[in-house]
Design a protein around this ligand. Structure first.
Ligand code: PGA
Ligand code: ZN
Length: 419
């Protein structure tokens, strides 16, 4: 048994240049774990809350000195001496100390950085890679140890790219029979062919927050058309080798009870949006559809789910927020057939694992996801493998903070061949 000896935290910058918290945990056998937490841009109302300083004289109010104080002065004294290999107890103590529904007292950012740092230190102390250590906390019988199918966000829109198009992410999903390294090559090839097409059309090849290209298109559908062309140029068959996905992030253009997008002159209702999606799904082989409607439009989601049928995975992100109550509501209303798992939406490793278990028992697809404001921390890659998720979502295969995860998966893929 290795006990927690010291916990300290510091302010670092995320990939968008904003401050975030990084925590180091040291155990009494000198094993250490360091973890930093990401931050979203399209954040739902149901997520764990990050504590920030709101002191305009530092980082325009986004500093995390208060969160650091919470780790070092409030959390650390209660954790020192606890068994690091008892993640349930570590996370329970922090949840109780915080005492709120949304972790707004101590901060989801403070709590999660400690939770992950403890897991990493405990894995080191157990001489296990993090993905194998975390499997101690899940029901792993009959769960294959494999790299989940990656989905790649190749065109960035919405809040991730300055409102060039309304939909936030235009995604390709390599067929699940492809190996991880083959899938990465597919993403590379389609991405480079897309770059070529953009150049040919005198369009900018600058990238958005998640590494996808961020040019302006007159309509959302035209972005899909260009992506389809890039797939063809890559000698890949849409609907066989690769499929399309969209993370619409519909909250970002839902205003005054309507959805306003470039494709139509008038603001659209949920049923108009449903008709549009049904058309796009058919025309472009859309397998993966995330956040197509706003986070409180339960009726719209349930109706869309009926219209689309089982061929398209209807994925909740903002609507479910990795929250057990929101997931249960979504299941009761038959609103989703897949769920995004983002540990920082709930705030501890154990609670994220619990949401995974409920979703799996309900038979819906699991998608483990990064955030747009990532750091170089690669924990999320190990987490995705540990829980045997169906898919993982780490952005385009470029930019250091995205590639950190993809490269970690290359290491894991190699290890899985020799285990
Ligand atoms: P975010 O977006 O990290 O900016 O919230 C990611 C997503 O919506 O999936
Ligand atoms: Zn999303």
């Amino acid at each position: 048994m290795a006990k927690i000896k010291q916990v300290f935290a510091r302010e670092i910058l995320d990939a968008k240049g904003n401050p975030t918290i990084e925590t180091t945990v040291i155990l009494n056998d000198n094993a250490t774990g360091t973890a930093s937490v990401p931050c979203g841009t399209s954040v739902s109302n149901y997520e764990a809350v990050d504590v920030r300083d709101h002191d305009q004289s530092r980082f325009l109010g986004l500093g995390v000195l208060k969160a650091i104080d919470n780790v070092q002065k409030v959390i650390a004294p209660k954790l020192v001496g606890l068994d690091a290999q008892n993640q349930q107890e570590v996370d329970r103590v922090m949840i109780e100390l915080d005492g709120t529904q949304n972790k707004s007292r101590l901060g989801g950012n403070s709590i999660l950085s400690v939770s992950i740092a403890v897991a990493k230190a405990a894995a080191k102390s157990s001489v296990l890679p993090v993905y194998l250590y975390l499997r101690e906390y899940i029901k792993k019988e009959n769960l294959p140890l494999k790299i989940p199918t990656p989905v790649f966000n190749l065109i960035n829109g919405g809040k991730h790219a300055g409102d060039n198009v309304d939909f936030q992410e235009f995604i390709i999903v390599p067929a699940s029979f492809k190996s991880y390294s083959e899938s990465l090559q597919i993403a590379y090839t389609v991405y480079e062919n897309l770059r070529g097409l953009l150049r040919k059309n005198s369009m900018p090849t600058l990238v958005g927050d998640e590494g996808g290209f961020g040019p302006s298109f007159p309509t959302n559908e035209e972005a899909l058309q260009m992506l389809a062309q890039s797939i063809e140029l890559s000698n890949l068959r849409l609907g066989y080798d690769v499929f399309f996905g969209l993370d619409v992030a519909a909250n970002s253009f839902y205003k005054d009870k309507g959805y306003k997008i470039k494709d139509k002159a008038m603001s659209l209702s949920a049923s108009d949006m449903t008709a549009l999606y049904a058309q796009l799904v058919k025309k472009y082989n859309i397998l993966y559809l995330e956040d197509p409607l706003s986070e409180d439009d339960w009726e719209g989601w349930a109706a869309l789910s009926k219209t689309l049928g089982p061929e398209t995975i209807l994925i909740g992100d903002d609507i479910t927020s990795t929250n057990p109550y929101r997931l249960q509501m979504a299941l009761d209303k038959k609103a989703i057939s897949g769920i995004i798992i983002k540990p920082n939406q709930i705030g501890t490793v154990i609670e994220a694992l619990a949401v995974v278990e409920v979703a799996r028992a309900a038979g819906i697809k699991l998608i483990v996801s990064h955030r747009s404001g990532e750091t170089n921390d690669d924990f999320i890659a190990d987490f995705a493998v540990a829980v045997s998720s169906d898919y993982l979502k780490f952005g385009a295969p470029v930019r250091g903070e995205r590639v950190a995860k993809y490269n970690r998966l290359m290491q894991i893929e190699q290890q899985l061949h020799v285990i």
